[in-house]
Design a protein around this ligand. Sequence first.
Ligand SMILES: [Zn+2]
Length: 683
Amino acid sequence: MNGPSTEIINEIRTLRANLRRWQHSYYIEGTPEVSDLEFDRHFDRLLQLEEQYPSLKTEDSPTMRVGSDLSSDLPEVPHGIPVLSLDKAYSLEEVHSWIEKTIRNAGMDLSFGVEEKIDGVSVVLYYEEGVLKRGVTRGNGYVGNDVTANIRTIGSVPLSLSLPMTIAVRGEIFLPKGKFEELNRALDSLYANPRNLAAGTLRRVKSRDVAKVPLDIFSYEGFLDAGRGENLRALSGRGMPESQREMMDLLRDLGFKTNPRTLFFDNVSIQDLESYIRTSTEERAGLGYEIDGLVLKVNELKPREALGYTGHHPRWALAYKFESPEAASTVEQIDVQVGRTGRITPVARIRPVRVGGSTVSNVTLHNQDYVDILELAVGDKVAVSKRGDVIPAVERVLEKNEEGAPVWRMPGVCPACGTALRLVGAHHFCPNRLCPEQVKGRIRFFAAKDQMDIDSLGPETIDVLIGKGLVSSVADIYSFDAEVLGSEPGFGQKKIALMKKGIEESAGRPYERVLPSLGIPDLGQKMTELLIDAGIDNVDQLLDIASRHDTGALTAIHGIGEKTAESVIAELNTPEVRTLIRRLKEAGLSFSARPRQEEGIPQIFKGTVWCVTGSFQSFNPRSKAMDEVKKRGGKAVSAVSGNTTHLLAGEGAGTKLSRAQQLGIPVITEEKFKDILAQGAWS
Ligand SMILES: [Zn+2]
């Protein structure tokens, strides 16, 4: 084999130099120098040469950014510099007294830098002779996880520096806000905020997956070995930085991305600070990234050494935290819940705490991955958030438990039935269909307001019925002897009569309600409607399609995909579902859709598309209003779009109302709607 020629070596060198310059101008300066096409052409050529001559590959080559398909296990490594957290202040008074105290302790005039506290993932980047060697998460401050392969994929992390320096650099990795929602939707809205998504991404085992997420970084602190001052002078002709400001200049010259909004105050007055904090708070929502406060630092590096450290924090820096819809609490216990589909969900039982206007004591943790991202253990002090209508979330661990409890692990078996759990995708499942918790979940689901809406058959009543052995499947609801309950505390004759009436009434619900209430995964209200609209309007037809494994009959319907069709057919072929349908049929439930015209209701809404939002006096749940629309030939949709012709708005209508107003869609009140229904015509 011939080695690479000088020509090849020179070509590779030129390609790398160009690509590096272009990446820097694109990711760090935000001013692309060349077209994507031009960039890709050079990039592909370099990839090709490196494949041909593997001996010429280097760890700082721009090609390293694409990541790898190999799994890395993120080993723990010790930090080479102290990685401490900051002391915190929550009021301007605290900030003021900290500044006075710090100046007094330093015994000299000081200037201060104020930077944004990025709500991201703190990392340290270690460079040797100008080449990125390691990227390590903050961890506990002494030991972190080696995430080098993942960090290399981040465009704004330089793989090599403009000077062959040995330096450790602290930075905050974040996911731009605009990208969060889009990505989170694709991930089944697992993450409460951009920080958690960034942290989860950084812990992915395959760097190629990380490369797909547009993570970014601001670098904010450099640590040079004091003994290397001569080295720096020899390399660049400049002396060691003597202030934070000079350090930031050096970092920028070396190729790092720093936050341009960092300010330095020579004589910081509380008025200046106050106005800066006020502006920051106002501008916060408009930033492309999340910040949760500001950081004040002594600018001069010499006095920093003299001020030193407490056990936990540097004395020369302070974090000023914004108020947030967050509260601190302690995780007392982590339970697992078994859903009606067998999905196992860990739930944190926290000490009750007021947050976002309500008291929170249970917080879902979604799955094991989520717990791992938080590195959460029982006994940990955590920040809990509740933003608007969003379900409460554990944002982060504030303080680890003192007992040394390890990160929580999913049990190996189902807590309800003892069956070994199975991992499917990100979630654990109990595969036992007869698992008592799943049965209970299915019965509760069937009877719930949004499904069959059975009066006087709430969760507690169902628990009693199951406990007494009266009901052990959904079908039993229509056959058990309620009179037996006469001797049960809380079950007077009146309650029993109401329950019987509720059950009897529910037996008359239309097919459109019955089918989704069976709780077959993917076969919800929307799919039921699609099926009926496509003419598959009774259960026998559906079971026949399932018996023949005719997925084509379902995928032919716009809106039903291959995966959904497969899963629904598999479910419909299980003996459990077949038995359930047979028994419910025997109980007299409706298993075919009534032709809408035959009901004799004038089709006054024909050709209209309604979105229903808010809450109503006469239509609770609001799906009842949607039923009225559909009965009269109209279509009901869940989101306002250009196709929507009417918005039915109840109490507390929010974004859908404003969107409809923007689009000029007529808004109908509950009163007006009831008038239309009563008159059977538009007035
Ligand atoms: Zn189970």
